[in-house]
Design a protein around this ligand. Structure first.
Ligand code: DGL
Length: 276
């Protein structure tokens, strides 16, 4: 498969679905000549309510698959997987691995004036305490809220719907006074307008995409990227329905690149044996 892809030193990016495309877009703005392989595990979305051990297993199998395609770095563009699997991925992967939680914390720390920060994410991310621990270590006592239904709204292409408005208001109803809200799920930037209306203009919404892209691009040799005159290519692998993925990606304005169907059985059977 590696030869037929004909990508130059690609970076691998994955999420449970379309949410990680928000991170991919930021990466491509910073590394326009770089090739990327995106994997959306849409057959198994949502990760947010699955047990941590299961999400960890999914993440390792995806990392293994992408490493087998010759990626030079791996971006875990999923907060839930970053919360539970980042350290073990870093230990086992033969390439540098970035998550999205530290960048989200960094973005919030840069943005807040009052130190009153909220974080919303999947059940798994919020239950892991990954954001809360990091923010507390910086002297910030966060308000945290799981918003499990929001991922479905995005995956169904309903980001600008009355249902999205209703859910956002409901989830954010009990928030204390905050000046910054971390969108701790890579699907949520696609609901930015709805979330902004729910919290009011005075609250700054921050997500991990830009800071993650900043960190990843700093690690790659810009000179090498500059030598390549053509714009980088993107190939998407999706474990679920490629047409549904293409539709949602189009709704959110990210359609560039070929979409290849990757049934779970094939993902599992293309594993590179450990140590190779
Ligand atoms: N977009 C992912 C995240 O950042 C996962 C959402 C889900 O699959 O529940 O957590």
């Amino acid at each position: 498969m590696q030869a037929s892809l004909e990508l130059r030193s690609p970076i691998g990016v994955f999420d449970s679905g379309v949410g990680g495309l928000t991170v991919l877009q930021a990466l491509r703005r910073r590394l326009p000549n770089r090739d990327f392989i995106y994997l959306g595990d849409t057959a198994r979305v949502p990760y947010g309510r699955k047990p941590p051990a299961m999400v960890t297993e999914f993440a390792h199998s995806i990392a293994n698959f992408l490493c087998g395609l010759g990626i030079e770095g791996l971006v875990v563009a999923c907060n839930t997987a970053s919360a539970v699997a980042l350290s073990s991925l870093r230990e086992s992967a033969p390439v540098p691995v970035w998550g999205v939680i530290d960048p989200g914390v960094e973005a919030a720390t840069r943005a807040t004036r009052s130190g009153r920060v909220g974080v919303i994410g999947t059940k798994g991310t919020i239950a892991s305490g990954a954001y809360q621990r990091r923010l507390e270590a910086r002297g910030i006592e966060p308000w945290a809220q799981a918003c499990p239904m929001l991922v479905h709204v995005v995956e169904e292409g309903l980001a600008e719907s009355p249902e999205a408005e209703l859910l956002a208001r409901e989830y954010l109803r009990s928030r204390p006074e905050i000046d910054t809200l971390i969108l701790g799920c890579t699907h949520y930037p696609l609901l930015r307008n709805v979330l902004q209306r729910a919290v009011g203009e005075q609250v700054r919404l921050v997500d991990s995409a830009e800071v993650t892209a900043e960190l990843v691009s700093a690690a790659f040799d810009q000179a090498t990227d500059g030598d390549v005159l053509s714009r980088g290519r993107v190939i998407h692998f999706v474990t679920g329905d490629p047409l549904a993925f293409a539709h949602t990606a189009a709704v959110i304005g990210s359609v560039e690149g070929e979409i290849i169907s990757l049934p779970i059985a094939e993902l599992a059977s293309t594993q590179v044996p450990a140590g190779e």
